[in-house]
Each structure stands twice: as C-alpha cells, then as structure tokens.
Design a protein around this ligand. Structure first.
Ligand code: NAD
Ligand code: DAU
Length: 361
C-alpha cells in the first residue's frame, strides 16, 4: 500500500485513478477536503477495496501516525497543499499551515514510522514530495529553463510556502536519513482541474458567456504539462529516483497566457460554437495584473528524461483538445464544484457515517 495525501484534488485524484488502473497496489488516500478536494473526482472507485479514503489533515500528527501504524504503507506521496497563487495573495495563512507546518508534521510522522520499520521495509520506504517550478522564481525571456541546480527564489506566498516545504524535505533526508524524493513540476492542465486556474476558468467562463480575464499584458509564459504525464513522472521517480534527489518535470511547452486563452477559444469555437456565430475571443478582457506576477517559468526536464527514461505522452495540442472536450462532457462536475453541491454530498456520505478503518478495505 502507498499513502497518497491530497488525493481528492486535481493532480492527486488523477494520480490515484491512474495508479489503480495500472496496478493493484492499494492506496490510502488522506485528504482534508478543502474547497479544492472533491470526492466526486473518485466516484469511479466507489466500492473498490483498493482505495481507502480518510478525511483528515496532514498536520494532524496523531491521525497520520495512527494511519501509518495501521496501514504500514511502503511510501508516502505528498500532494496535499494549498495550491492557488491568487488565494495565497488574498490569504496566506492557510498556505503556511498546510504547506509548511503540515509538511513538517507529515515528515515527522513518517520519520518515526520509518525509523521503527524492520530493515528490509526501512530500506524500501520512500517519501515523495510533490512540488512546483515556482520555487525557482521568475525567468527573463532569454534565461535558460530551470534546472535542478537553480537557486530558490520564490516570489509569492504560495511559492514561498512550497519552497519552505522542499527545504524541510531536504533537511529530513540530510539530517535523519529519511529516504526522500522531490519533484518540481511546471503548470499542469487536464480533467478535474478546479475552475479557479487559468485553463479551466477560461473554458467555464467562456461557456457561461462571462469575461475571460487576462492578467496584465497576457505575455507571461508558463510551461504546460498534461496532468497524466505528471502522474507518470511521479510513478517513475517513486520507482527509480535516487534518494535525496530532486527532479524537474515539464513538457517543453512554453506558451504565453494569451496564446493559451486563444487556443481554448478556438477549440470551443469548433466544438461548441456560440449561438450568435461570434468567436469566444470576443469575451477576452485584459484586467489588472497579479501582484508580484512571475513573468516566465520554463522547465529543463533533461535530468528525468536522461536518468529515468521518462517522457510525456501528450503534446500540448492533444492534451488541450482532450481537456476542453472533458469540460464539455462534464458540465455536472463543473456545476457541482461551483455550487458546492458536492460539499453536501460529502457531508452525507462521509461525516454522518464516520470514516474509520471499519469502513475501509
Ligand atoms: P489542488 O488544490 O487541486 O488539491 C489539493 C488537495 O489537497 C485537495 O484535495 C485538498 O483538499 C487537499 N488538502 C489541502 N490541505 C490539506 C491538508 N492540510 N491535509 C490534507 N489534505 C489537504 O492542488 P493540485 O493542483 O492538485 O496540486 C497538488 C500538488 O501538486 C500541490 O502540492 C501543488 O503544490 C503541486 N503542484 C501543482 C501544480 C499545478 O499546476 N496544479 C504544478 C506543480 C506542482
Ligand atoms: O508552475 C506550477 C504552478 O502552476 C503550480 O505550482 C500551482 O499550484 C498552479 O496553480 C500554477 O500556478 P500559476 O499561478 O501559474 O497558475 P494559474 O492557473 O493561477 O495562472 C496561470 C497564468 O495565467 C498566470 O500567469 C496567471 C494567469 N491568469 C490566471 C488566472 C486565474 C490570468 O491571466 N487570468 C486568470 O484569471
């Protein structure tokens, strides 16, 4: 069994679904179910004994220690985090609580568990920390892409909190010998992406006839990776990564934001044309820039490609088409996350009947 934290969120849920379609090793999924956690993301696993869901906080040391002792996972994959930069600007405290303090508590629980394991299990144990390229700060148009040797220079409360968590993970390896791995990935996109992030927000707003808010001049560059390719990279690092190492993960897909928005509009024009015959582009609205907005991110993924033989399966063209189609096919999912109906469902499903070992496989 592996312990996945944050497995009801965007990347975590894709990872759990991907994991259980390609292998039979059970997953213990610990998620606090913040606004970003959605058990409907895991609907297809209902009744599947390989998936054990526990609602809880990575910062709850007693809970995490109890789960580790009970389920004896061979690895922890830590997705749990507050993940949205704009929210971190609006209210940074949750980011410090979960991304810094929560990661610290998770590391401590994992360390005590790992130290007490029999030698063979101790040798095999892994703590994989899922992080971001934003820890490296910003690039100019001509700077080379981020390598694993770039210095950390986080600029937002979100990226500072993720940088802090990366440093804790590193320190727990160097000081205590905890067998850690860290991945620093670029911008993900794909199914189950919460519609506060650029791509899903543009799709959802376009279909609702709302403005498509482009921050500043729209020429900020992000490096996009289809979410299932991020999942395959994490699996590969978990399988073969060298202890204590960090791996940059990216799809060599640098694009200015305005190009992304135009691409989304073009796909919607083709797949769900507006009734008035106009392009969705007419909904694009340039708005005030994000404070401290990083200008460019770009990932040099040669280390993971060379050392672990990982390559993304999707190009941006194939991935973005699949993504737009997924949102067109899943209007109920969008309506649920927007209205909070899934919150009521969670209340009924999981809180009236307490989630405990008894309900788990
Ligand atoms: P998300 O916001 O969609 O999901 C986060 C999940 O973590 C949610 O299910 C939430 O309920 C859960 N969570 C939050 N606080 C928790 C806590 N204290 N205890 C337990 N669970 C908690 O985020 P995401 O986009 O899926 O990102 C997952 C991870 O990948 C994060 O660590 C993020 O920093 C990292 N990352 C994201 C991207 C991206 O483009 N989205 C890129 C690189 C790295
Ligand atoms: O680089 C990896 C990071 O990518 C992850 O670590 C974060 O968890 C993830 O949220 C993402 O951060 P970004 O800030 O890059 O993603 P976001 O989707 O919020 O914004 C992408 C770009 O689009 C960014 O330059 C800001 C811009 N933007 C965003 C929104 C929501 C707009 O122009 N308009 C918008 O409405």
């Amino acid at each position: 069994m592996i312990l996945v934290t944050g497995g009801a969120g965007f990347i975590g849920a894709n990872f759990v679904l991907d994991w259980l379609t390609t292998c039979d090793e059970p997953v213990l999924n610990l998620d606090k179910l913040t606004y970003a956690g959605n058990l409907h993301n895991l609907d297809s696993l209902q009744g599947d004994a390989r998936h054990v869901f526990v609602q809880g906080d990575i910062g709850d040391a007693a809970l995490v220690s109890r789960l580790l002792a009970q389920y004896q996972p061979r690895a922890v994959v830590n997705f749990a985090a507050e993940s949205h930069v704009d929210r971190s600007i609006h209210g940074p405290e949750d980011f410090i609580q979960t991304n810094v303090l929560g990661t610290f508590r998770l590391l401590e629980a994992a360390r005590h568990y790992w130290q007490a394991l029999p030698a063979v299990n101790k040798e095999a144990f892994r703590f994989l920390h899922v992080s971001t390229d934003e820890v490296y700060g910003t690039l100019s148009a001509t700077d080379p892409a981020f390598t694993e040797d770039n210095t950390y220079a986080p600029n937002s409360p979100y990226s500072a909190s993720k940088a802090a968590s990366d440093h804790l993970v590193r320190a727990w390896h160097h000081t205590y010998g905890l067998p850690v791995l860290t991945t620093n990935c670029s911008n993900n996109y794909g199914p189950l992406h919460f519609p506060e992030k650029l791509i899903p927000l543009m799709i959802v707003n376009a279909l609702a006839g709302k403005n498509l808010p482009v921050y500043g001049d729209g020429m900020q560059v992000r490096d996009w990776l289809y979410v299932r390719d991020h999942c395959s990279a994490i699996r590969r690092v978990l399988e073969a990564g060298h202890l204590g190492e960090t791996y940059n993960v990216g799809g060599w897909n640098e694009k200015p934001n305005i190009d992304i928005v135009n691409t989304v509009c073009a796909l919607l024009d083709e797949l769900r044309p507006r009734a008035d015959g106009q392009s969705y582009r007419s909904q694009i609205t340039y708005v005030k820039d994000r404070p401290g907005h990083d200008r460019r991110y770009a990932i040099d993924a040669r280390k993971i490609e060379r050392e672990l033989g990982w390559k993304p399966a999707e190009t941006f063209d194939t991935g973005i088409r699949k993504t737009v189609q997924w949102y067109l096919d899943n209007a109920d999912w969008v309506a649920n996350v927007q209205t909070g109906a899934y919150r009521e469902w969670v209340q009924t499903q999981y809180q009236e009947a307490p989630v405990s070992a008894a309900t788990c496989a």
